[in-house]
Design a protein around this ligand. Sequence first.
Ligand code: SF4
Length: 208
Amino acid sequence: MWAEEEIVLISAIEHYAYCPRQCGLIHLEQVYEENLFTLKGRQVHERAHEAPSGREETKRVERALPLWSDRLGLYGVADVVEFWDDGTIYPVEYKRSALGRARPAALQLCAQALCLEEMLGVPVPRGALYSHQTRRRREIVLSSSLRQETEATIESIRAMLRDGSLPPPVNDRRCPRCSLVDACAPTAISAARRFVAARLFHLPRDEP
Ligand code: SF4
């Protein structure tokens, strides 16, 4: 149904929601740089994946569970999926930092739930984000608006992959924390775009 280059990785959803250009640099141009934030984040995911799956109290806990959706052309790996004894299926996405405004991570979690629903044929109405920094969970209700936004984000990523063009830099407060700031050069690119736009705007009109 989907060409290989049209398959969207679940991790790309959080990248795109944070900054479309970051997603393009990683998933179109295969640029990846570590900084302190990404290094710690990767360690949190690796620890979550390496811990053994098994029973814990009233649930079975599966770690590093592969997920996919044929309908959405989506593939990825869940940090943790809990299968509660009452039949509830509950994905948990691990994050390094305090959760704050965690919309990008909520979209990623929602994509995992959409995959689980298609794979297992059961509703997944809720899940959680877990902060390694605070050691706390925040439950996320997977509302219809969150689902719509998730599917729209997947479509935007697919359009970018098909088109092959890198989105412009956001050049705002997101950039200093971004591990790709050197490869991206947001300040220089934004200045160049402004310069070109100004030149085009002031071009003298052709004489008849
Ligand atoms: S440096 Fe800024 S514009 Fe560039 S990828 Fe990172 S967040 Fe996006």
